[in-house]
Ligand binder design. Structure first.
Ligand code: ADP
Ligand code: ZN
Length: 595
């Protein structure tokens, strides 16, 4: 293990291992298999990179996305590690050259896409050389229960049969118990040691608001908190990503759309700019993000509700991989739930699967309507215990006011029942408020005794009541009735007056000032920071790599704080290993001296 620590310090420039990196490395170096579940940004890569360097032969990394491979390989080369990748972007000559390197034993790490790895030709090549280990990244892709299932991953169980003596490690950041079981089963990892590290991402601030005027809400958020930051905005539909990106451009942001319907070149170009330039906002459907390893994404904004808490966790998890403060911001409304339910219902798949999806969607809505700490609830969803109050989510920072909604709930449930459980929220609210409309006269709802009995609350308050009744499971939005609301068994005690209910008082549009967090500590001088960034940018441009491949923000921050004046001091900064010290030390010292 001394050798592993030396590599960590000299090559990577880090002082000590994080838990459980040392144990995972030890397991692999000794030839054992491992399954590692660790949250994004936790430091999974080192767990196979270091053993691959220590063990004889080349480590093979299975990675699903080309962008991810290229990034990781660029970063490893910066550290002086002999790494390469094989994928469809290479020419035949390049492939031949890399294969020759591999045969000569000149590589420590080779990244390969799963569909290429399992080709007979590749397998024959790998059999002719020494393999130090197999690392299967994004291992949840092998699970049909998870949401990123990839057929190619299923074939990876042949690694176990073809290379029985080569250690394997499967890595993922999201895996509930069931996904974990499927990984073990489908990758034949029953003898693997399991390492599970917490899901908490303490640097991410979770904030969820009601959708009132989503564009203005987003604009306000961006302007006050993330004016020059890189981030991702998620929308449900392709059209909306394009419209939103165009609108953000008009507002002066560097915004780009990304969805599966765009031509491949456009997608690649937008992704490239997101990685290479600073302050780019990608407005995307969920097609964007998996495997994008950009460490300095400062915010993830949802303009539409994700389908599941797993998806929310994974999408928001793309923010703040570098450990610096980041924001997960969302606005949602009832129309999201109706839309998602209709999508789920019209999707293909068996009834059992659809039912699971409905349950998951309800859990997501319940999460939005929480009156308690969001982080606590999120971690509880992944079976992890946490403090009652995290102090870094909207409900902790601005405690939610509640009101006794028992009587309102009774009225709302009754109006659903009396109108035959087939109408949507806006009609139900009209009945409660005693409004006149064609629909009301058509169905004779102005004749009901409930007509107009809800005038003590506003239309908005009633919408909130219905939403919270759905979130609490008293009411379902029935897709077979076009999103009409229907009662569930659970509402009985409430209707009978045997139970009470408290509702969240929807906050009036707040300014987010109080919550805002600059990505940089206040005591760093903006001039110094910008000078360091400019130097980093120049280095990155010359080499054609993203700026964070040169140094992460956290290293730049340490530089700005400590202002090193010698190579020895520079080499002691976190993230500065021998190779980077040699390549960049003098340049940055010069910049610092001139400040
Ligand atoms: P993951 O793959 O789990 O999302 P990475 O392997 O990309 O995470 O690591 C996230 C960040 O943490 C990287 O910037 C990495 O260099 C850094 N890191 C990893 N291990 C350590 C360590 N022991 N000490 C300091 N920084 C580390
Ligand atoms: Zn909290």
């Amino acid at each position: 293990m001394q050798q592993a620590l030396t590599i960590l310090q000299d090559t990577f420039g880090y002082e000590a291992f994080r838990a459980p990196q040392a144990e995972v490395i030890d397991t692999l170096v000794r030839g054992g298999d491992a399954l590692l579940l660790m949250s994004t940004g936790g430091g999974k890569s080192l767990c196979y990179q270091i053993p691959a360097m220590i063990r004889p032969g080349c480590g093979i990394v299975v990675s699903p996305l080309i962008a991810l491979m290229q990034d990781q390989v660029a970063a490893l080369k910066q550290l002086g590690i002999k790494a390469s990748f094989l994928n469809s972007t290479l020419t035949q000559d390049e492939i031949t050259a890399i294969e020759a390197c591999l045969r000569r034993g000149e590589l420590d790490l080779l990244y390969v896409a799963p569909e290429r790895l399992t080709q007979p030709r590749t397998l024959a090549l790998l059999k002719s050389v020494t393999i130090s280990l197999f690392a299967i990244d994004e291992a949840h892709c092998v699970s049909q229960w998870g949401h990123d299932f990839r057929v190619d991953y299923l074939a990876l169980n042949l690694l176990h049969e073809e290379f029985p003596s080569v250690p394997r490690v499967a890595l993922t950041a999201t895996a509930d118990a069931r996904t974990r079981q499927e990984i073990v089963k489908n990758l034949a990892l029953s003898n693997a040691e399991e390492f599970v590290v917490g899901f908490d991402r303490p640097n991410i601030q979770y904030r969820i608001n009601l959708k009132t005027n989503p564009r203005n809400q987003l604009l306000q958020f961006l302007k006050t908190e993330h004016a020059k930051d890189a981030g991702i905005v998620y929308c449900l539909s392709r059209k909306k990503t394009q419209d939103t990106a165009a609108w953000l451009q008009q507002q002066g942001f560097k915004a780009l759309a990304y969805h599966a319907g765009l031509p491949a070149e456009t997608r690649a170009e937008h992704q490239r700019r997101f990685l290479a330039e600073e302050g780019v906002i990608v407005v995307a459907t969920i097609a964007f993000g998996m495997g994008i390893d950009k460490p300095d994404v400062r915010f993830v904004a949802h303009l539409d509700l994700p389908k599941t808490i797993e998806a929310y966790y994974q999408e928001t998890g793309r923010a703040g991989r570098d450990g610096n403060a980041a924001t997960a911001w969302m606005v949602y409304g009832f129309q999201d739930v109706t839309k998602l339910r209709q999508m789920l219902d019209s999707a293909q798949g068996d009834e059992q699967h659809k039912r699971v999806e409905q349950i998951k969607l309800n859990a997501m809505l319940g999460f939005c309507e929480l009156t308690t700490c969001r982080r606590h609830a999120l971690l509880a969803y992944f079976d992890e215990a946490a403090a009652e109050q995290c102090g870094n989510c909207d409900t902790c920072l601005t405690p939610v006011e509640t009101w006794d909604g028992t009587e309102a709930a009774q009225k709302a449930l009754s109006v659903i029942y009396r109108t035959d459980q087939r109408f949507g929220v806006s009609h139900l609210v009209d009945v409660l408020l005693g409004k006149a409309s064609d629909k009301i006269s058509q169905f004779g709802h102005d004749q009901l005794s409930l007509y107009g009995i809800g005038q003590e609350h506003s239309a908005q308050a009633w919408q909130s009541v219905f939403r919270q009744l759905v979130a609490a499971g008293h009411v379902v939005a029935d897709p077979e009735r076009f999103g009409g609301l229907a009662l569930t068994e659970k509402c009985r005690p409430l209707l009978k007056g045997q139970d009470t209910i408290a509702f969240r008082l929807d906050p009036v549009q707040k300014t987010s000032k109080k919550l805002s967090k600059a990505p940089l500590p206040d005591d760093i001088d903006v001039g110094i920071w910008e000078a360091l960034r400019a130097h980093r940018r120049a280095l990155a441009e010359v080499q054609g790599v993203p700026p964070y491949v040169i140094f992460h923000d956290s290293t730049l921050q340490a530089m700005a704080e400590q202002m090193p004046s010698s190579l020895a001091e520079f080499g002691a900064l976190p993230g500065v290993g021998e190779r980077k010290l040699e390549k960049y030390g003098d340049g940055f010292l010069q910049v610092i001296r001139q400040l």
